[in-house]
Write a protein that binds this ligand. Structure first.
Ligand code: GRG
Length: 296
């Protein structure tokens, strides 16, 4: 199956499961549940769940057994998008081809919808033990990995440094910190979630972590490049926002050509980290390429 078909098949799987997992939009209080569903159901590539599926496959696990847990990753990711778009953060008007959550539901409801998505994600992960599908020790490990990836040493830390660096001349070391934390940690956690629940050995998880770190970093560089070269229609959000906010990015610090070289270097690093895997890591390899070539 080519990678586009694979991504589409998994996206449909995730969308169906998200719809089942989330409270109905008329569930009391309806405003909150509508706001939670609004951005979540607006589309999105679902790349974090897909990475979890592909990692599970790579270690001989069954991707279908981790659909709920993969959806939890998407809830956390969507929460970060909703909060990232708020006036106090990036102040964006469009996301996933629609007005941002706070533009439609107001700031208070956008904050609360994000909070509820994050909390719901951890409820779903905790249910992984009680559903009897996964070993409790694996689920505890996953909860720890996802919490660490999201917290002050992960996404929140990256976001703080990103905001604090706006309008400042920063070096590539600090920029790399922002990329690896704001974006990379949740992507790495997604790969490790699939690997761990798929039954990876410690050695396999070490390689999967290296893969996740490389593609996570590359993913943010692509995001920065698309903010300059991408189309608003394909991206579903305004372009040029990094420059408007005087944000340091790879293209702005080292130039477009060097940024593209860096992407390629990270792609090769991702492939190298999978050298000990056989054809079962086929989709992980293809996703790495997709990540540096994507248009949306
Ligand atoms: C995680 C507790 C916690 C707090 C979050 C708001 C915030 C703190 C962090 C913002 C992090 C952020 C939005 C990083 C950007 C990551 C990124 C490249 C997003 C775009 O992801 P895509 O392209 O989007 O996968 P789609 O819409 O396809 O899902």
């Amino acid at each position: 199956m080519d990678i586009e078909a694979y991504l589409e098949e998994k996206r449909v799987l995730v969308d169906g499961c998200l719809d089942q997992l989330l409270p109905e939009k008329n569930q009391f209080p309806p405003l909150l549940h509508q706001a939670m569903r609004y951005c979540l159901c607006a589309g999105g590539k679902r790349i974090r769940p897909v990475l979890a599926f592909a990692a599970a496959e790579a270690v001989g696990g069954d991707p279908h057994s981790i659909v709920h847990e993969a959806c939890a990753l998407e809830l956390i990711h969507t929460f970060t998008l909703i909060h990232d778009d708020l006036p106090a953060m990036d102040n964006d008007d469009y996301r996933r081809g629609m007005l941002t959550t706070h533009k439609v539901f107001g700031e208070a409801m956008a904050i609360l919808a994000g909070d509820a998505l994050l909390t719901e994600a951890f409820r779903i992960l905790a249910c992984g033990c009680s559903r009897g599908v996964h070993k409790a020790e694996h689920m505890l490990e996953i909860i720890k990995i996802v919490a660490e990836a999201s917290g002050s040493m992960g996404v929140v830390g990256g976001q703080v440094v990103d905001i604090d660096s706006e309008g400042k001349a920063i070096n590539t070391t600090l920029l790399e910190y922002i990329h690896r934390h704001k974006t990379g940690t949740l992507i790495t956690a997604s790969v490790l979630l699939g690997g761990t629940l798929g039954g990876a050995s410690p050695e396999e998880n070490k390689h999967l972590r290296a893969y996740g770190e490389a593609v996570g970093h590359a993913f943010q560089i692509t995001d920065d490049i698309l903010d300059i070269l991408g189309s608003k229609e394909e991206l579903g959000k305004n372009t040029g926002s990094d420059q408007k906010k005087s944000k340091a990015t790879y293209p702005s610090i080292i130039g477009m050509e060097e940024a593209k070289k860096k992407q390629l270097e990270l792609y090769h690093r991702a492939l190298e980290s999978l050298e000990s895997f056989d054809g079962s890591a086929h989709h992980l390899r293809k996703i790495a390429l997709y990540i540096i070539q994507r248009h949306r």
